[in-house]
Design a protein around this ligand. Structure first.
Ligand SMILES: [Ca+2]
Ligand SMILES: [Ca+2]
Length: 183
C-alpha cells in the first residue's frame, strides 16, 4: 500500500508527464514531452536523434500502457498509482526496475546531449529536463542542489540510484523526494 507521501510524489511525476494537462496520460503526452526535450536540448526535428528520442518515449508509453492501462489508450491517476504500488512489491523488484530505468535515463542524456556524453546528470541537463517538463528551472536548480549530496555539480550513477530510490520511498526527509520539485 502506498503512503500519502508516496502518492503525492507520484502524482507530481504524473503531472509532469501529463503534457496536455487533461488529468490522464496518453500517447500524445509522450510525443509532446519528446518534442519538448528535443527543443530543450536543441535536437533538430529531422535528425536521427529526434527519431530515436520519439521512439524512446513511445517505448515508455507502451510499457506504461500495457502495465497500468491494461492496453487502454489512457492511464488515469488511480491506475498509475496502482502500477507503482505493484512495482514496489519487493526490494528485488524495485531494484531491477530502477536499474533498467536508470540505464534508459543515461542513454537518453547522451542521445539528446552528445556533446556532454558520459557526464551523467549535470545541473545544466537537469535544468533542461525541468524546462522540457514545463517545470520551473529555478525550482529544478534548488532540487538538484538538495540531491547532489557530494556537492560536485553532477548526480553520478550512485547518487541517481539513491535519489530515485528515495523518490519512490517513504522517508519524509530524503533529498530524493525533490526529484520533481516540492511535493
Ligand atoms: Ca494528458
Ligand atoms: Ca554529486
Amino acid at each position: 500500500m502506498l503512503t500519502d507521501l508516496q502518492n503525492r510524489k507520484l502524482m507530481r511525476m504524473f503531472d509532469a508527464f501529463d503534457y496536455n494537462k487533461d488529468g490522464l496520460l496518453e500517447q500524445q503526452d509522450f510525443e509532446g514531452t519528446a518534442a519538448n526535450l528535443a527543443k530543450a536540448f536543441n535536437v533538430e526535428v529531422s535528425s536521427s536523434a529526434y527519431e530515436q528520442l520519439q521512439q524512446h518515449m513511445m517505448y515508455h508509453w507502451q510499457q506504461l500502457q500495457q502495465a497500468a492501462g491494461a492496453g487502454s489508450d489512457r492511464v488515469n491517476p488511480e491506475s498509475w498509482l496502482r502500477y507503482y504500488d505493484s512495482l514496489f512489491s519487493s526490494e528485488e523488484a524495485t531494484s531491477a526496475y530502477l536499474n533498467a530505468y536508470i540505464d534508459g535515463f543515461y542513454e537518453l542524456w547522451d542521445l539528446v546531449d552528445p556533446a556532454a556524453k558520459g557526464q551523467g546528470t549535470t545541473l545544466q541537463r537537469f535544468k533542461s529536463m525541468y524546462r522540457a517538463f514545463n517545470l520551473d528551472e529555478a525550482v529544478g536548480e534548488a532540487a538538484f542542489r538538495r540531491m547532489d549530496s557530494s556537492g560536485n555539480g553532477v548526480l553520478d550513477r550512485s547518487e541517481i540510484y539513491q535519489r530515485t530510490m528515495e523518490f519512490y520511498g517513504n522517508d519524509p526527509d530524503a533529498p530524493g523526494n525533490w526529484m520533481f520539485g516540492p511535493y
